[in-house]
Design a protein around this ligand. Structure first.
Ligand code: ADP
Length: 298
């Protein structure tokens, strides 16, 4: 007697075709309902194949999303970085052209004007050097090539020396600086990386500090050392406070404040590599305190 039921081969071919389109009508119940254990095994194998393929497809979708996100972040970064690099280069070109005219137009020497132009040139060269250093850090961190070099040092002294270097920038901004440290704070620190984090936080406090007083402090907390930078500037709204530690994330308007959105990300990576933590407390329009805790020794 001829049956209307599809043959085993037809059923298997149908299931294989389904799997090819990403669906599968085999269920645990339909497998259990089969009388022939060989058929049960074949169907279970097909169901497993379908599940494996689905899992691989989901992973591929996620990887593709990550990849698209990474390409978008890289493109954003390239456009911001090229803008940031172009600004000092434009200023440098103007200053160098001006200096060269002064030398060649036969007018009497104007040492004050030349000194002023040289000072602007120096500042722009520093700015370019800092930008390039930032780019090198980003590439080191993302490729996992950042290494710490610890040595016995007094953290209070490291912080004092950073603040000393910022004297001119502070004077230009109008902010005063109060150093609130109780030293010495001895520990095994990576001095140049600590210097970099303090410098990042202090240059932000100057940039976003509206010329108001700034406090830089340091304390020993048992096995940990703490330092902080406090300003009374534009502050950060609560919804932006965790975002600003991520790469390229900025909260301030780019019309009023230039920046790559990398300083805090780099600082956080460095502090975490040292086994420490960085956090912010801030009230919009009133100011911010960035606090860093790092272990004093390994
Ligand atoms: P940027 O180069 O943009 O300053 P950062 O990573 O150093 O990059 O900072 C990220 C963002 O965090 C800034 O764009 C700014 O919006 C905010 N921010 C950082 N420091 C301060 C501060 N002291 N006061 C107010 N906002 C700050």
């Amino acid at each position: 007697m001829l049956s209307d039921e599809p043959s085993l081969v037809e059923r298997l071919l149908r299931h294989i075709a389904e799997i090819g389109t990403g669906t599968c009508s085999i269920t645990d119940n339909s497998i259990a309902a089969e009388r022939d254990p060989n058929v049960q095994q074949i169907l279970a194998g097909l169901l497993m194949l379908h599940e494996d393929l689905q899992y691989a497809q989901q992973r591929q979708t996620l990887l593709l999303q990550d990849l698209r996100e990474a390409v978008r972040a890289r493109d954003d970064f390239l456009s911001i970085a090229s803008h940031e690099l172009r600004t000092p280069i434009t200023t440098l070109t103007l200053q160098v052209d001006g200096l060269s005219r002064m030398l060649h137009d036969g007018a009497p020497a104007q040492p004050e004007k030349m000194a002023r132009r040289l000072e602007i040139t120096r500042r722009q060269v520093d700015r370019l050097a800092a930008l390039v250093a930032t780019l090198i850090d980003v590439s080191r961190i993302t490729s996992g090539n950042m290494q710490l070099t610890r040595s016995l040092a007094d953290l209070a002294e490291v912080i004092r020396s950073v603040t000393e270097r910022f004297g001119e920038e502070l004077a230009r901004s109008g902010s005063t600086l109060d150093l609130d440290r109780q030293g010495p704070i001895w520990g095994n620190f990576d001095v140049s990386r600590i210097d970099q984090v303090v410098s990042n936080l202090l240059s932000n406090a100057i940039r976003y500090g509206r010329g108001k007083p700034i406090v830089v402090g340091a304390r020993s907390l048992g096995t940990m050392a703490r330092f902080w930078v406090e300003d009374q500037g534009i502050g950060i709204a609560p919804e932006h406070q965790s975002r600003i530690f991520q790469r390229y994330e900025r909260a301030a308007s780019s019309t009023n404040y230039a920046g790559l959105g990398l300083g805090l990300w780099i600082s956080r990576q460095l502090v975490e590599a040292m086994g420490g933590m960085i956090n912010v407390r801030s009230v919009a329009d009133q100011g911010s305190v960035f606090t860093v805790d790092v272990p004093r020794a390994d």
